[in-house]
Design a protein around this ligand. Structure first.
Ligand code: URA
Length: 210
């Protein structure tokens, strides 16, 4: 089995799609190797492309504030992206780019085995659909919900960049992380029907649409 370091070497030398021509640095996942929570963003922005680390710019600041507010500690979190090289300026990654990159996320998830996944935004959801064979819909329908699939929870969130564009959604964004923190605390003794029903967590199969 490959290690996180092996996966990072594959990412930094990747030439699977054209984004490698324009990248300064490919960006690997970052955080503990025993996370309760894996947070999945879209793709590196300008700052991440310079520094080579995920969520070090304005979106990262907002994400850190929300995690602090909810009392979610760095020791429980791994942060990664659906695409590892900066897309064309101002563009979201294409589905072909998401597909080319999805194997890296799949490998990370196989190693990390988190209790919960937090895909932030539509690109992260698309990436999970590729990996898990799900047909999860758009973030505008899924935001704030929690889905139970194959012994893992999926709690989709808006991308922090969308919150920066529309600060009215800020309270909800932070409150969603508070709910995520509560669920994680309740899961310390494993999954139970009471946790699932207390939080109205919806069970689905991989092929279900939501
Ligand atoms: N936005 C993302 O989706 N990922 C990052 O790493 C930074 C900004």
């Amino acid at each position: 089995m490959q290690s996180l370091t092996d996966i990072c070497s594959l990412i930094t030398s990747c030439k699977k799609c054209d984004l490698y021509f324009s990248r300064k640095k490919a960006v690997c996942g970052y955080g503990t190797d025993k996370p309760k929570l894996v947070i999945i963003g879209e793709a590196p922005g300008a700052k991440e492309d310079e520094v080579g680390k995920p969520f070090v710019g304005r979106s990262g600041n907002l994400l850190n504030k929300a995690l602090n507010y909810a009392g979610i500690l760095p020791k429980d979190v791994y942060i990664t992206n659906s695409v590892r090289c900066r897309p064309k300026i101002g563009k979201s990654p294409k589905i072909t780019e998401i597909k080319s990159c999805s194997d890296y996320l799949k490998k990370e998830l196989m190693i990390l085995k988190p209790l919960m996944l937090v895909p932030m935004g539509n690109s992260a959801i698309r990436s999970l659909n590729v990996i898990l064979g799900t047909k999860l819909g758009r973030i505008s329908e899924l935001e704030g919900s929690v889905i139970f699939l194959d012994e893992k929870l999926i709690a989709p969130q808006y991308h922090p960049a969308a919150i920066l564009r529309n600060p009215k959604k800020m309270e909800q964004f932070k409150d969603n992380f508070v709910k995520i923190a509560e669920i994680l605390k309740n899961l310390d003794n494993g999954f139970s029907d009471s946790v699932l029903s207390n939080y109205k967590i919806r069970k689905i199969n991989a092929s279900s649409s939501y």
